[in-house]
Design a protein around this ligand. Structure first.
Ligand SMILES: Nc1nc2c(c(=O)[nH]1)N[C@H]1C(S)=C(S)[C@@H](COP(=O)(O)O)O[C@H]1N2
Ligand SMILES: [Mo]
Length: 313
């Protein structure tokens, strides 16, 4: 990792958030570049947990926007198991992040359950700055820590006949929203095997260089930055490989508004609002939305032979 070369996500100092400064120093560490005397205080809190140690940032995915301030990204959340209000972050602190394990199920030679820390030991964690676009037309840009979903698929060794990967969120007694009678919990999401193996699909264990907090989906969630945010399930406890397209949470609630594919497209409106622009968390600035949320060069090829599918809802 080089820090001398200016990359797309690097923003002028006058616009930089404190998070951005910390992250740049962490980049310096990861690249073993000569470090300033300020460094040790930055890395001192690094705990034994694999999801909180400094990791190198992947320079492949750049963004042309400033990072969202950590405070905005961690205090304005969608997490219906807790609430359908955005200010659920304090309530979400009750969800224990350890012990945690993930069940690998379905079309596998060896279905099994793996402890999260044992799982994380098998992967090289990296940091990626991704845009996130909620179907409600707000957006953020944040540094996630994690590993490509494709590596987990490889570890699971699904049978060749498996076509989809399905993610299920925990249902825990600390989640007051679960008692709402009209939501089809557990929260279930899924992608095709091709999408799961696309390098952009990312399993997230960290945010702003720290373990991803409970309100953002800790201890482990998905990030599928070319799709509307609802596809990126939080607090994952089960991953199933199947040949059946899953019936997902939002699709079950309102199939005319939320589909299986949910790829971002500014020209395809939600039935109740335009998707042409989005509001940036923090500044509230409105900016144009981009096809596949700006990731067309990486994922456009996935959809070339899928005419007739409702790819953008
Ligand atoms: N389990 C679960 N995962 C979820 C949701 C949810 O309500 N429950 N909301 C989704 C939606 S609509 C969005 S926009 C993102 C929000 O992630 P954030 O709170 O980290 O911004 O999480 C997604 N994952
Ligand atoms: Mo969302």
């Amino acid at each position: 990792m080089l820090i001398k070369r200016r990359r797309g996500w690097e923003i002028p100092d006058r616009e930089a958030t404190p998070e951005a400064l910390v992250l740049r120093r962490r980049d310096a560490m990861a690249g073993a570049v000569a470090v300033s005397v300020a460094m040790p205080t930055i890395i001192a809190p690094a705990a034994a947990r694999a999801d909180s140690a400094p990791v190198p940032r992947n320079p492949k995915y750049t963004v042309d926007r400033a990072l969202t301030a950590e405070k905005n990204a961690t205090t304005y959340n969608n997490y219906y198991e807790f609430s359908d209000d955005k200010d659920l972050w304090q309530d979400a602190q009750a969800l224990h992040q350890r012990p945690w394990s993930i069940e690998l199920a379905g079309m596998l030679p060896k279905p099994r359950t793996i402890g999260l820390d044992d799982l994380l030991k098998q992967f090289q964690l990296e940091e990626r700055v991704y845009r996130h676009r909620c179907v409600e037309a707000w957006a953020m840009t944040v540094p996630w820590t994690g590993f490509p979903l494709s590596q987990l698929v490889k570890l699971a060794e699904p049978l060749g006949s498996a076509k989809y990967v399905v993610f299920q969120t925990i249902q825990d007694k600390t989640m007051p929203g679960l008692s709402a009678p009209y939501y089809p919990f557990p929260y279930t999401e899924g992608v095709t095997m091709d999408e799961a193996n696309n390098d952009l699909a990312f399993m997230v264990t960290g945010l702003y260089g720290k373990p991803v907090p409970p309100q953002n989906g800790g201890p482990i969630r998905l990030a599928l930055p070319w799709k509307y945010g609802f596809k990126s399930a939080k607090a994952i406890i089960k991953i199933t490989f199947t040949d059946q397209r899953p019936h997902t949470f939002w699709e079950a609630i309102q199939p005319s508004e939320y589909g299986f594919w949910a790829n971002v497209n500014p020209e395809v409106s939600h039935p109740r609002w335009s998707q042409a622009s989005e509001r940036l968390l923090g500044s509230n600035e409105r900016v144009p939305t981009r096809l596949y949320n700006g990731y067309a060069e990486f994922v456009g090829g996935l959809y070339q032979n899928l005419n007739g599918e409702k790819l953008f809802m």
